[in-house]
Design a protein around this ligand. Structure first.
Ligand code: C5P
Ligand code: MG
Length: 191
């Protein structure tokens, strides 16, 4: 099972990714979590990307793609994977398509979590209180929304054209969204 989960910042990707990955018995791979782990541990990668992420910008494609390629090559990805937060640019989309087709593989579904823009900002400000992420402040949130709208939202058309998109209404409680998502993804992958 090879899945992506996409959505604007604050749409609930990380939360729902964990549940979806567990349901299908595949690892949830969050590029944002990998970056934050490296920043917290002050690794060379962390030092390189900290200022970029704190500003709400995207890490260069070649850097992120190398991380993803290395992670997907690990044995726990043999049965599949769920990528959360990747791809975020058209370059990354092509990279992933090429990587998978080189292995004779393809994606099974791309989950898109839909949430109203106003609700997203409220969620991110609430999360700032709980998780203390450096990029969950009002200026950076605004920038992340712009970057998402400009560079990442258009990628949904690519997956829609490939008939992979599963759109899930992301408003409601975590449990409501999870049930809705399970039903839609189950129907898709069983079909
Ligand atoms: O996915 P998440 O929201 O946790 O990512 C946090 C930040 O990591 C993004 O705002 C961006 O700065 C960086 N990132 C990136 N490229 C990706 C994934 C995350 O630059 N593919
Ligand atoms: Mg996340």
């Amino acid at each position: 099972m090879k899945l992506l989960i996409m959505g604007a910042p604050g749409a609930g990707k990380g939360t729902q990714a964990t549940a979806l990955a567990e349901r299908y018995g595949v690892p949830a791979i969050s590029t944002g979590d990998i970056f934050r782990y490296n920043i917290a541990n002050k690794t060379p990668l962390g030092v390189k990307v900290k200022a970029i992420i704190d500003a709400g910008e995207y890490v260069p494609d070649d850097v992120t793609e190398e991380i993803v390629a290395a992670r997907l090559a690990e044995p726990d990805c043999d049965a599949g994977f769920l990528l959360d937060g990747f791809p975020r640019t058209m370059h990354q989309v092509h990279f992933l398509d090429t990587y998978l087709s080189g292995r004779g593989e393809q994606l099974d579904a791309v989950v898109s979590l839909l949430v109203e823009p106003e609700a997203l900002v409220q969620r991110l400000l609430a999360r700032a209180e709980i998780e203390g992420r450096a990029d969950d402040n009002e200026d950076t949130i605004r920038r992340r929304m712009e970057v998402y709208a400009g560079q990442t939202a258009p990628l949904l058309f690519h997956y829609e054209n490939k008939r992979l998109l599963v759109e899930v209404e992301g408003t409601g409680t975590v449990e409501e969204v999870r049930q809705r998502m399970f039903e839609l993804v189950d129907a898709r992958v069983e079909a």
